[in-house]
Every structure is written in structure tokens, then in C-alpha cells.
Ligand binder design. Structure first.
Ligand SMILES: Nc1ncnc2c1ncn2[C@@H]1O[C@H](COP(=O)(O)OP(=O)(O)OP(=O)(O)O)[C@@H](O)[C@H]1O
Ligand SMILES: [Mg+2]
Length: 232
């Protein structure tokens, strides 16, 4: 029975392919033409993504030189998908460090906007570490493992305020599993922290700090707290 089904398979595929071709021709599309990128798709992706960016950062620009060059690198590495648009690929990560209010979260969302503007199709997730732990805390009717898998596997993750939340063995384990997955699979991750290197190591543990040291380039933002001293 298995053999009979398999021998009919190529014929079935040809019939389906012919049907698809005729649908495309009826719609005025040349089925032999390669995938093309519709500029309007790019605008739509940007609009959809902007809808998910918190309003405060919706107009953010990745103006910092090192953040802009990370965007260039990731854009360059992006691979064409089935629709012809380029999807985010494996690549480097960035740790944006600096005191309160220097613009770390602004740069992180600015980077997402720049990638989308450059036409890179990406699925992304963002969370502060405090929200991450709250979201993953075991509770009835919630599949925390699935949630952790979604964040671990998504092509681009913003993990904001690393080391800022109160730590416990449980938070260390969650951070380790998340970072280790992204480290192992070379998934681009934008991290921000208020902590200097040694304090961050104490906060997240040496195993996480060691992986971050290898997988990220550190960008240090300096200057005044922009909330208290906005640019004129
Ligand atoms: N390059 C910039 N141009 C204009 N406004 C900016 C810029 N960078 C940051 N801001 C504004 O400054 C404020 C603080 O920025 P942001 O929230 O990114 O700081 P942060 O470093 O993430 O602070 P925290 O450590 O408290 O999380 C926000 O209102 C943000 O919109
Ligand atoms: Mg921030």
C-alpha cells in the first residue's frame, strides 16, 4: 500500500504544480518568474513591527556608530527566503551597556527599525528581564516551557535590563537556558544593561557572563540621563 501511494506521488505533485501555475497565470503572474520583493511589503512589515514597538521608542533611530554597524552586518548576512525577501540569519549579538537614561533601549529598538527599513524580514520578541521572569513563573494553565522556547528560538530577541531584576537560583537558571540556547544557535540578540562588567557577572552568574563575552560586542553609552537632561 505504501509503495502504491509513493509511485503515484510524482504525478500528484505535477497536477498540483500545474493547477498552481494556472492560478498564477489567471492572476496575471508569470509562474516562471523568480521571487521579487515588493517595496510595499517592506512598508507593511515596518508598519506592523512599529505597532509592536512601545510608543516611546516608535521613532527610535540606531544612531550609535557601533549599533549601526551591527545593523549593517546583520543586514548583509540576511538570507533570501521563499518569498524573495531577506530573513535574519545567524549572526552576532550586541550588549548595550551604560548608566540609566543614556539611551540603551532607544538604540535597541532603533536597531530593529533599521533592520526592517533595510528590508530584512524578521520575527522578533522583546522583554525586560523582570517581565521575562514574571512571564515564566510557574502558574496554573500556563505553559512556561513553551514560552521560554519561543523566546529562545525567535530570530531576534531584545533582552532589556539584564541583571536589573532580583536574582535567585530560579532566575539564574532561566537566564542561563535562554542565553545558552541563543549562544549555541548563534541567534542575534540585543541585550541592554545598567551594570558594569564585573557587577553583571555577579548578577547573572559566570556561565552566562562567559557566553555573553564570546557572543556579544559591547557598546558602552555614556553621558547624562536623557530623561533629566533632554537634548535641546
Ligand atoms: N538618541 C536619542 N535621541 C533622542 N532621544 C533619545 C535618544 N536616546 C534616548 N532618548 C530618549 O531618552 C530617554 C531615555 O532613553 P532610554 O529609555 O533608551 O534609556 P536607557 O538607557 O534604556 O535607560 P534605563 O537604563 O533606565 O533603562 C527616552 O525618553 C528616550 O526616548
Ligand atoms: Mg532601558
Amino acid at each position: 500500500m505504501t509503495t502504491a501511494t509513493t509511485s503515484r506521488e510524482p504525478q500528484r505533485i505535477n497536477t498540483v504544480a500545474a493547477r498552481l501555475d494556472s492560478i498564477l497565470v489567471n492572476r496575471g503572474i508569470d509562474p516562471t518568474a523568480g521571487p521579487t520583493e515588493d517595496p510595499s511589503e517592506r512598508v507593511t512589515a515596518l508598519e506592523l513591527a512599529e505597532g509592536r514597538i512601545p510608543p516611546r521608542y516608535r521613532g527610535a533611530l540606531a544612531g550609535h556608530r557601533q549599533v549601526a554597524s551591527w545593523v549593517d552586518e546583520v543586514t548583509h548576512e540576511a538570507r533570501p527566503g521563499p518569498s524573495g525577501t531577506r530573513g535574519i540569519a545567524l549572526g552576532p549579538s550586541l550588549l548595550i551597556a551604560g548608566p540609566t537614561g543614556t539611551g540603551k533601549t532607544h538604540q535597541a529598538y532603533g536597531a530593529v527599525r533599521s533592520l526592517l527599513t533595510a528590508g530584512v524580514r524578521l520575527r522578533w520578541e522583546a522583554a525586560t528581564t523582570a517581565d521575562l521572569y514574571a512571564r515564566l513563573r510557574p502558574r496554573a494553565g500556563h505553559d512556561a516551557e513553551r514560552d521560554l522556547a519561543t523566546l529562545s528560538r525567535c530570530p531576534l530577541l531584545i533582552l532589556d535590563d539584564l541583571g536589573a531584576a532580583k536574582q535567585s537560583e530560579w532566575t539564574e537558571e532561566i537566564t542561563y537556558r535562554l542565553i545558552n540556547h541563543r549562544y549555541t544557535h548563534l541567534l542575534p540578540t540585543l541585550l541592554t544593561t545598567n551594570l558594569p562588567t564585573a557587577a553583571l557577572r555577579d548578577a547573572v552568574g559566570d556561565r552566562v557572563a562567559s557566553r555573553l563575552a564570546e557572543m556579544t560586542t559591547t557598546v558602552v553609552l555614556t553621558g547624562a540621563d536623557r530623561r533629566r537632561h533632554p537634548a535641546p
